[in-house]
Design a binder for this molecule. Structure first.
Ligand code: PGA
Length: 253
């Protein structure tokens, strides 16, 4: 059985005080209401990693992740945060290659391969994002592009290493738009990704990798999306900023 994961991507939102309130509300609701053993991850802005980790204390249900890390080991890279630093403060997860990083910060497949390597080297679990823009979907190039994104940044890994990756398929046209992929569209792409992994690494490795769906996941659509056989949970933006909404998303897993 693959691990079901619901990860909230807070992006660049909230003050620390608001983040503390959100955390305590969700932790309380999860303790009272969530029966499933889905892994819950809060991917928070850098300044909140330690405060939120400390706030959660021994809460074993909720883990913390960063939203990015440098491709460099250490040194004169003003403003950057390294994988070793994240590890040293006890952060287990890091989102890599989010479409906003690709679009606004010019991150490409080669750079992301380096980030994946350095994250793994320091024992972090990358949540590696892929997904096509609208025009690629409309010209029916989505499967080719997403397979290429996975190849470029992950296929240099050996089987033991790729098993440590979580993949998030996030069609760019569905991110923050309220326009979710249908469950069928999500399932179809997840199956394509898994088949691609199986062709390279074998079926049992492919079957062990959690593939999350992201893009306008909310309380109303999570259950149907997460019920798809190849959808192992979600990477959730907007809905992860509201405690009731996010708890309902978690319940869908
Ligand atoms: P959204 O964002 O849920 O607000 O569409 C998802 C993401 O960007 O990870």
């Amino acid at each position: 059985m693959r691990q079901k994961i619901v990860a909230g991507n807070w992006k660049m939102n909230k003050t620390l005080e608001e983040a503390n309130i959100l955390t305590s509300e969700i932790a309380g609701m999860v303790a009272d209401e969530v029966k499933s053993d889905a892994k819950i991850i809060f991917c928070v802005p850098f300044p909140y990693l330690l405060p939120i980790k400390n706030q959660l204390g021994t809460n074993a249900r909720i883990a913390i992740g960063a939203q990015n890390c440098s491709e460099h080991e250490s040194g004169a890279y003003t403003g950057e945060v390294s994988a070793a630093m994240l590890k040293s403060v006890g952060i287990p997860y890091v989102i890599l290659g989010h479409s906003e990083r690709r679009q606004y910060f010019g991150e490409d497949g080669k750079l992301l391969a380096k980030k994946v390597d350095i994250a793994l080297k320091h024992g972090l679990t990358p949540i590696f994002c892929c997904g096509e823009p609208l025009e690629v979907r409309e010209s029916n190039g989505h499967e080719t592009l997403v397979k290429k994104q996975v190849e470029e940044s992950l296929f240099h890994l050996d089987a033991d290493a790729i098993k440590k990756i979580v993949i998030a398929y996030e069609p760019v046209w569905a991110i923050g738009t309220g326009k979710t992929a249908t469950a069928q569209q999500a399932q179809d792409m997840h199956a394509v990704i898994r088949k691609h992994l199986a062709a390279k690494y074998g079926q049992s490795v492919a079957d062990s990798i959690s593939i999350l769906y992201g893009g306008s996941v909310n309380a109303a659509n999570a259950k149907e999306l997460f019920a798809c056989p190849d959808v192992d949970g979600g990477l959730v933006g907007g809905a992860s900023l509201k405690s009731r909404e996010f708890t309902e998303v978690i319940k869908g897993a």
